[in-house]
Every structure is written in C-alpha cells, then in structure tokens.
Design a protein around this ligand. Structure first.
Ligand code: IPM
Ligand code: MG
Length: 357
C-alpha cells in the first residue's frame, strides 16, 4: 500500500527526532511491503522565519491532502518576542482546528525497563502503569470567545469555556471505544460542582455511557483527579476530559511515568485522519546536540500506523523494537540512570531501525 505522510519537522529537537522516525518507517515499509512517501512542510518558528507566518496555508492544504501528519515540535526562545497570535505554538492550535483534530490521545505508560524513572513509591506502580488521557482538542476555553473589556477594576481580559452536547458526545464516544479495547473503565473529569459547562459535560458523558453497559464509568472533579493521579495512578484506565483540563492532567500523567521523552500522542479527526507527535516539546536547550530521545516520536509513528493506516502488526513491530532496545540497556540522556552509558539520537534511531523485525 501507498501512504502519503505530511511531515512537519518544526523547531528545536523536532527535526532530529523526526529523522529517526522516518528511518524506522522506511524500514517498516521495506519489511512489510508498504510505500511511505513524505512531504516536508513548514510550521512553527521555522515557518515564521521563512514565510513570516507560523502556519502557511500551503501546509494546511498539504496536510489535508495527506493520509496523516507526523510532527516533531514547534517553538523556542528565538520567537519569544513574537506577538501572541503569531507565536509558533499558534501553529499547533491552527492545525488542530483546521484539520478537525478533536480527539487527542495521550497514553502514559511506564515501561518495565524504566520503572526506576517513576518518581512515585514503587508499590504505587507495581506491575506497571498504562493509562490513556483522551483530551478534547478543538473546543472549550482554547477556542471560545475571548477579548478585553473595561471594568471598575481596570481593563479585564476574558476567555470563555463553552461546550456543546455534540462536542462532548463525540469525545466521550472515543473514550468509551478506547476503554472497550483496553481496561474497560472511563473516568470523566470535570468541575461540575462549579461550572455550568462541566454540568453539561457530565450529563452528556453519562448519556453516552448507556450505550456501553460493559464499561465502568466514574466522574471526578479535576482537583481530585490531579490528586488521585499521584495517590493511586493504577485506578485509571481511560481519562476523558476537556481541552484545558486535559492539557494539565496529561502533563501530570506523563511525569508520573518519569519519562516524558518516551510518550507519543495522536490527534484524531472524524474518520482515519490524524496528526501524530511526541508529547515533549522542542527542548531548545539540547537541540542539535544529538542528545534528544527519539523514542516518543518513533512511538508516535507507531500510533499513526495503528490508528490512521490500520497497520496493527507493523505498529507492534515498532513498539517491540523500542522495547528491545530498552531491554538491551540503551538509554538516552533523559532516561539514563546515574553512571549509565548514554546513547545519542542518531544511534538510538539506528538501533531501533535495526530492531524492527
Ligand atoms: C500541548 C501544549 C499546547 C497546548 C500548547 C503548546 C499550545 O501544551 O499540546 O499540551 O496547550 O495544547
Ligand atoms: Mg500541554
């Protein structure tokens, strides 16, 4: 089969980690008889430098015409003085909205080999950790009406949190579908004791759950959920929540695994289209030094094969290769223990490519 992938290498360590993922994909293509073609597009800081804007229309058009998008990372201190709505990060929001990527899947798993990286007491994560944050990605306060007004306390700024029933329903369905293929449990996170939008959220999630009698559903307020994640993380299977709560909780969940450099993500539209990117950012402090961990990007490529192309066996092969390299004792800087030998980005990419069988 032929697959057309729009590749956005982006800024900071984006290009170097993407290059490793492409190497791995090429190996998968060779082994399993697929042809992956790549179209390299600009977004983020590098797009500002070359075109004056963080998200060129051409990038959006090529992404739309592709089967999936693979993205490295955007942003960096170089663009700190760029005004708010033209910052590199705006490219991400633009891509999400323009491509209709309403469902963000952020798995947080603790690799057995990296159990020591977990900052929690070992008994809290005994037997491993595997949870999935399903974050609504194109609604809520990120995209609600915003503006300024005058008040008797001076100028005020506002951002409105708003959710429609349809938006909640479709993200809840994704969460229940995922749970039915995993641990059979959904935890919906809101702030229904205070927010009207959360009360609607909770009502709709509960309605959707009626079509999934085998899936257990519970509801947490977001403050409690943040606490439960470090108190008893193994109680979670799938967490479904709004855009902003998901932003916050997915960072917390990733830190619980101790290795943000390992975590992939998928942002899905209706149908099979999706954008795949590592959870870590552009890490400008280590860019260009062959120190970045390419595993999150390589695992994101595996998610792309699984969710957008329906290639489960090939996705398994990539995940297996990453596990093998970890089991063989190779560690990048971010996951190396004290005194452990460190493997660079390129070499890590080569080892994983070789381990794809
Ligand atoms: C994320 C990031 C983005 C977000 C920023 C960079 C706009 O934090 O993907 O979690 O808030 O969604
Ligand atoms: Mg975030």
């Amino acid at each position: 089969m032929d697959y057309k992938i729009a590749v956005i290498r982006g800024d900071g360590i984006g290009p170097e980690v993407i290059d490793q993922a492409v190497k791995v994909l090429d190996k998968v293509g060779e082994k399993y008889g697929h042809n992956f073609s790549y179209e390299y597009m600009l977004a983020g800081g590098c797009a500002i430098d070359e075109t004056g804007g963080c998200l060129p229309q051409e990038t959006i058009d090529v992404c739309r015409a592709s089967d999936a998008v693979l993205l490295g990372a955007v942003g960096g201190p170089k663009w700190d003085d760029v005004p708010g709505d033209e910052r590199p990060e705006r490219a991400l929001l633009g891509l999400r909205k323009e491509l209709g990527l309403f469902a963000n899947l952020r798995p947080a798993m603790l690799f057995e080999e990296l159990a020591d990286a977990c900052p929690l007491k070992p008994e809290l994560v005994a037997g491993g950790l595997d949870l999935l944050v399903v974050r609504e990605l194109t609604g809520g306060i990120y995209f609600g009406e915003k503006g300024f007004k005058d008040t008797d306390m001076g100028k005020a700024a506002y951002d409105i949190e708003q959710y429609s029933e349809g938006e909640v329903r479709r993200i809840a369905e994704v969460a229940f579908d995922m749970a039915s293929k995993r641990g059979g449990k959904v935890t919906s996170v809101d702030k229904a004791n205070v927010l009207e939008s959360s009360r609607l959220w909770r009502r709709v999630v509960t309605e959707v759950s009626e079509a999934y009698p085998d899936i257990e559903l519970n509801h947490y307020y977001v403050d409690n959920a943040a606490m439960q994640l470090v108190r008893e993380p193994k109680q979670f299977d799938v967490i479904v929540t709004s855009n902003i709560f998901g932003d916050i909780l997915s960072d917390e969940a990733s830190q619980v695994t101790g290795s943000i450099g390992m975590l992939p993500s998928a942002s899905l539209a209706v149908g099979n289209f999706g954008m795949y990117e590592p959870v870590h950012g552009s890490a400008p402090d280590i860019a260009g030094q062959d120190r970045a961990n390419p595993m999150a990007t390589i695992l994101s490529a595996a998610m792309m094969l699984r969710y957008s192309f329906g290639l489960a066996e090939e996705a398994d092969a990539i995940e297996g290769a990453v596990k093998k390299v970890l089991a063989d004792g190779y560690r990048s800087t971010d996951i190396a223990g004290p005194g452990e030998k460190v493997t660079g980005t390129e070499e890590m990419g080569r080892l994983i490519t070789e381990a794809v069988i």
